[in-house]
Design a protein around this ligand. Sequence first.
Ligand code: SF4
Ligand code: SF4
Length: 383
Amino acid sequence: MENLSDYKEISDMIKASGGDAFKRCFQCGLCDIVCPWNKVRSFSMRKIVREAAFGFTDIESEELWLCTTCGKCPTHCPRDVQQIESGIALRKIATEYDILPASAAPIRGISGSLTGEGNPFNEERKKRADWAKELGVKEFDEETELLYFTGCYFSYDPRLKKAAIATVKILKKAEVNFGILGQKESCCGESIRKTGNEQLFKKLAYQNINTFVENGVKKILVSSPHCYHTFKNEYPELMGNFEVIHISEYLWKLLDGKKLKLQKEYNKKVTYHDPCYLGRHNGIYSQPRQILKQIHGLELIEMEETMENSLCCGGGGGRIWMETPKGERFSDIRLQQAINAGAEVLVTACPYCIANFEDSKLTVKGGEQIEIKELAEIIERVI
Ligand code: SF4
Ligand code: SF4
C-alpha cells in the first residue's frame, strides 16, 4: 500500500462490493455461533461484515481467508447478508491488489498452475488422462452419451485416482456409453473463484464450455461436488447449460433402474459424511444414504452433526490449498466423530473431504482403525 489515496480507493471498493448485503446485518451473531472455526479458534464473520459495512476492512488480514464457504452461516442468517458472496467480494479486492497474507500465499502458485496447465498441481496437461491408460476408456466423441468429467484431484492425486478407476469400472459394468475428455478437460474453476480470482475462474469456465460445445457434450457426470456446483449453478451465468449429475445421484439411478446389482456383502459399520457442496449447497443428502443402505451386510450409522448440520472438512473456499495448523483442522474433529460413532469406514463423495480425512487419519488418535472411502470405491467392491 503506497499512499492514502489507495486506502480511500480500497475503502470505497469494500463499501461497494458487499454493498447493501453488509448493511443488512444487525449483528445478531448467529453466524459466529454456527461457524465451525469457533470450535478450534476464535473467528467472527459478524465482525468482518460489520467492518466491511463501513469500508474499514483490513484487507491484509488473514481472517479474510478463513471462511471455507461451508454454507452454514447463510442458512441461519435472518437478514440474508450472503456472507459467502460478501466474503468473496473482499477476497476479490485483496486478489486485485495482490495483497495475500502468508496463509493465502500458496494461491499465487496455484493460480499460475491453473493458468498454465489447467490443474492446481502443476502437473502436465498432457498427463491428465494417464490414470485411465490401462482401463480402455474411450475419448468422448459425438456418439458418446455421457461425459465423465474426471476433475483435477481424480485425474492426478494418487489417492483419488483409485476412486476414478472404481467409477470407470462401475460405468463399464453397467454398460454406460461414456467417455472422457482427457487433456481437453480443464479445472472446473470453482475453488479458485472462491479465492476471489474471478478472471481465472472465467478463463477456465470458458475453456470448458467451449470444449463441451465443440465436442457435443450434453450430459456430464462428475465425482466432485465442486465441479457439480459450478457446472450446475455457475456455468449457466456464462451461457454454459448442460445436464449435470453427481456420481451419488447416478449410482442411485443405475441401481434403481436395475442396471447395476449389488451382489456381494460388505460387513462393516459405515458412516457417511455430507460434503458441504453436495449437501448444504445442493441439497443432496438422501441418495448416498439410500445407496449404502441397500448394500448387504453394511450397517449405516450416523455421526453427530449430519446432513444440514454436517461439519465441514475444511477444504472449501480454496482452503484446500492453504496450510491449516494442527489443532485447527475440522477434518480431525470430523474423523474423531466418526470414530466415536463406532464406524469402521468413513465414506464420503468429495475429493477435498477424502484428502483431508486421509491426512487426519495419520495424526488423529485411533485414526488407524478407520478406513476412508469414496462412495464409488464401496460400490465397485460389491457389484
Ligand atoms: S447472522 Fe447475519 S445478521 Fe446476524 S450477525 Fe451474522 S451476518 Fe449479521
Ligand atoms: S460459510 Fe461456514 S466457514 Fe464461512 S463464515 Fe459461514 S459458517 Fe464460517
